[in-house]
Design a protein around this ligand. Structure first.
Ligand code: THG
Length: 289
């Protein structure tokens, strides 16, 4: 049983490999109007400056993939998502993680993408499996599987593992292998349930042991509503990397988070000769000079 499958995601010109044998792959979270009021306001105005700026700054800070979400209430999401993707592609060449709950927007985005995208996401609901997996198959994309289904978000790690298994099995039936699936254990908010972090960590461990797949997670969700979020996020992300997280969706511009990822990689033997750690240190020195 291999517990380190390799997921490949690519733009037209750049390939990114995700595996527990390689440095953690940061998926930049910032191009998202749901998570960011400034992005919402700009997209409503048809202003894409902030999108391009967020793309450049996140890649400079170490994001290897960018999450793109264009969920603006009342907007034509297929058109807006395509436009946001085109703006991002005009300034960076990293692969994209297409973040939408609308299968029509997803189909439109995949049709123009031209690389091997990471779809964000499918879940264990019948409706989602039937809409999203055939698109992943058609476009040869990798896909994030959320640990929730028609009964909601399970409250135990064992039940979340079962949902992960269902998604992997259904994908397999369509010819999508487990190397093309990244499971998201679902990081809910600690402020609402103080067990949310532990549950996510336990789910990661179970899923990795059982299926060896790559693991993603919206790692900043955990601290919503808490003060000093960056310290919670950075500690949690390091613990999650130890548990098996390989491609967190997070904000690389937060120095505490960024250094926690690099230090976790170094501690896990995933940063040969500490080259990534030293490179990031030199970049900080240069920025402060
Ligand atoms: N799993 C998967 N995809 C996801 C999530 C997940 N996509 C969306 C979300 N969760 C991850 N993205 C974000 C984006 C922003 C924030 C958190 C998660 C965030 N924003 C600050 C805030 O709201 O306080 C920034 C505020 C601002 O600048 O306006 O924390 O779980 N698969």
């Amino acid at each position: 049983m291999t517990n380190n499958l390799t997921t490949i995601v690519a733009s037209k010109s750049k390939t990114v490999k995700i595996s527990r044998d390689l440095p953690t792959v940061i998926i930049g979270e910032r191009i998202n109007p749901t998570g960011r009021k400034a992005v919402l306001a700009a997209l409503k105005e048809g202003d894409f400056d902030i999108v391009r700026q967020d793309a450049i700054s996140q890649v400079e800070a170490g994001a290897a993939i960018l999450d793109v979400n264009a969920g603006v209430p009342g907007a034509d999401e297929p058109a807006l998502l395509k436009q946001v993707m085109q703006e991002v592609i005009s300034v960076t060449d990293v692969p994209l993680c297409i973040d939408t709950a609308d299968p029509e927007a997803l189909a439109a985005a995949l049709a123009v993408y031209g690389g091997k995208a990471l779809i964000n996401s499918v879940n264990g609901e019948e409706r989602s499996l039937e809409a999203v997996l055939p698109l992943a198959r058609e476009y040869g994309a990798a896909v994030i599987g959320l640990c929730m289904d028609d009964d909601g978000i399970p409250e135990t790690a064992e039940d979340r593992l079962r949902v992960a298994g269902k998604i992997i099995e259904r994908a397999g039936k369509l010819g999508i292998g487990p190397e093309d699936i990244a499971i998201d254990p679902l990081a809910l908010t600690m402020g609402a349930d103080s067990n949310a972090g532990r549950l996510a960590l336990e789910t990661i461990e179970l899923v990795v042991k059982e299926f060896g797949v790559n693991i993603t997670m919206g790692a900043s969700n955990i601290s919503f509503g808490m003060p000093d979020r960056k310290y919670i996020n950075s500690t949690f992300i390091a613990m999650a990397i130890h548990a098996g997280l390989t491609c967190p969706i997070t904000n690389p511009l937060v120095m505490e988070v960024n250094t926690a990822v690099l230090a976790a990689d170094l501690s896990m033997g995933r940063d040969e000769y500490g080259m990534n750690w030293i490179k990031a240190y030199r970049n900080r020195q240069k920025a402060n000079a």
